[in-house]
Design a binder for this molecule. Structure first.
Ligand SMILES: [Zn+2]
Length: 95
């Protein structure tokens, strides 16, 4: 089955970014509210969507709202897949 993540992902991400930038949400990895919401995609402080439980290992959680958090590009990069504390609390559905 072909993956159809593209459009849904982009729309959801744009929506979340708009909301989070308004609240100036802190980075979910380092906890600092210094995300540069208008930065180019590859700048260290640029916004990057983080999945605390990696989509690689939890594809079913890609669109789970509680598994989508803002982060710095550099923090997201530094993390890699599969270390840190996958604590996302209670999910909105039972998966
Ligand atoms: Zn950070």
């Amino acid at each position: 089955m072909p993956r159809v993540a593209g459009r849904r992902h982009r729309e959801m991400r744009a929506d979340e970014k708009a909301r989070w930038s308004e609240e100036n949400r802190p980075c979910c990895i380092c906890g600092m509210a210094t995300i540069d919401w208008d930065a180019q995609a590859n700048e260290p402080d640029a916004f990057e969507l983080e999945h605390p439980l990696p989509v690689k290992t939890h594809p079913e959680l890609e669109f789970e709202p509680t598994n989508r958090k803002p982060s710095h590009h550099r923090c997201n990069r530094g993390k890699g897949a599969g270390q840190i504390l996958p604590t996302i609390g209670t999910t909105s559905e039972t998966w």
